[in-house]
Write a protein that binds this ligand. Sequence first.
Ligand SMILES: [Zn+2]
Ligand SMILES: [Zn+2]
Length: 266
Amino acid sequence: MALSVTILGARGSVPVSGAQFSRYGGATTCALFEADGDAVVLDAGSGLLFLPPEAMERPSLPLLLSHPHADHLLGLPMCPYVMLPGRRLDVYAAERGGLDARAQAGRLLSPPLWPVGTEALPAEIRFHALPRTLRLGAVGVDVLEGEHPGGVSVFRLEADGKSVVFATDVTLGEAFAARLAAFARDCDLLLCDGQYTDEEWARFPGFGHSSWNAEKKKKKKCGAKRLRIIHHAPFRTDGELDAAAAALRETDPNFDFAREGERISL
Ligand SMILES: [Zn+2]
Ligand SMILES: [Zn+2]
């Protein structure tokens, strides 16, 4: 079975554009997991606008939403997939702030913040509560509650003996880092929040993110084969990410920062 993860958006908080962001990309969080006949979308940041043609042709697509912060939802109303009649997007999300999946999307996608609601889109959008485990075709999904303001779902996707853990928007305090290490044990690929330098992490406690150094320690602990840091700070340039990656790879060659458009075979 051919399995892959495509990074469609690796930026955190807000999308950015400009020559200084061209290699790691400016779109916010979105990834596509593919396992032969099955595909699962992770988050609906502005990267959702860049679904590859094979995914666009699928009559239906499941989308797992980690949490409803705007940078993880803002690709939903204008992504080309939902502009196609005859397509169906199944959105799974845990209840957040007393709001179910439909109400979370409805906060952003309704007047006065947006001209129309999701019911006005040509594709059908169905909303589902997120259980602790679910099966989407050949893909098994386990869910862990992460540490982030308002809460966040961390996903482990498995198919054909390979696994990917998607842990965006998490703060790696000691207790949660241990839970995440157990949840991600021996996965083939760990996608993990690493928005900050150590110095920024100390300056912004309570913002719900982690430093890339903390991610590196955790990867060692859980035995993930590969690590890609996601949710890059909006102001972090390609040159700064290159320099940080080079320094970290001196001790771990399997470490890297995720790049928009990168397809990782498992
Ligand atoms: Zn975010
Ligand atoms: Zn968030």
